[in-house]
Design a protein around this ligand. Structure first.
Ligand code: ADE
Length: 221
């Protein structure tokens, strides 16, 4: 999968060069390209924002640099084009799976008070929010989307992890333990040391139900 990220702050994306996503890029399972929108500005000072028509607080991202960037990077519109915005559709594991079916994604990071609406109208397929709170910019949401989608790309993680994890069956994941068997007086549940796989399975299902009931009862409805 190829993911193009368009941002005014490309340095923030170094996180994606670490750990699992970093390794997936090195192995070729994943191609992530971070593009600086400022490079596409025709303004002599590389200006990318301006005051909103009609007045109001803050600055708005200008259409020209973004429009030219998108059309240079995805000229035949082969990517699902996403804009990160608190006004968007809320990201869920279901939406992550849908996005993972695409060969190419383009993620445009919002900033300032918003973006000229004509960019949404002319260029964007989907606005995505990562939750009901407002961040200072779309860079963290772009990393969240990239990370969550990348996990479904073949060769990025062990496929068994996808089956057992939280949300895969509308239940949150059961607790995990590793060595030592006794840590500060708290013991690993006996059943996990029993070698009885049917019992372990039963215990895990029960724990999944308990934690879902406690933290996310809405998932059980
Ligand atoms: N930009 C600011 N807040 C956001 C959010 N919650 N989701 C996506 N993009 C955002």
């Amino acid at each position: 999968m190829k993911i193009d990220i368009l941002t005014l702050f490309p340095e923030t994306f170094s996180y994606l060069n670490e750990s699992i996503i970093g390794r997936a890029q090195k192995s070729g399972a994943l191609e992530i390209n971070v593009h600086d929108i400022r490079n596409y500005s025709t303004d002599k000072h590389k200006k990318c924002d301006d005051y909103p028509f009609g007045g109001g607080a803050g600055m708005v991202m200008m259409p020209q640099p973004v429009y030219d960037a998108i059309n240079a990077i995805d000229p035949r519109h082969e990517s699902i084009r996403i804009f990160t915005s608190p006004k968007g559709k809320t990201l869920s594991q279901g939406l992550v799976c849908e996005l993972a079916k695409s060969k190419n994604l383009l993620i445009l990071c919002g900033h300032y008070e918003g973006i000229d609406e004509r960019i949404i109208e002319l260029c964007i397929d989907l606005e995505v929010s990562i939750g009901d709170y407002v961040l200072t910019g779309g860079e963290l949401p772009a990393m969240v989307i990239t990370d969550a989608v990348s996990r479904y790309v073949s060769g990025v993680i062990n496929e068994n992890s996808l089956q057992e994890e939280s949300f895969s069956s509308n239940l949150l994941e059961y607790p995990q333990y590793t060595r030592p068997q006794d840590f500060k007086g708290v013991k690993v549940p006996d059943v996990l040391l029993s070698g009885n796989h049917a019992e372990i399975e039963k215990w895990r299902k029960q724990k999944s139900l308990e934690i879902t009931k406690k933290n996310r009862p809405d998932l059980l409805k």
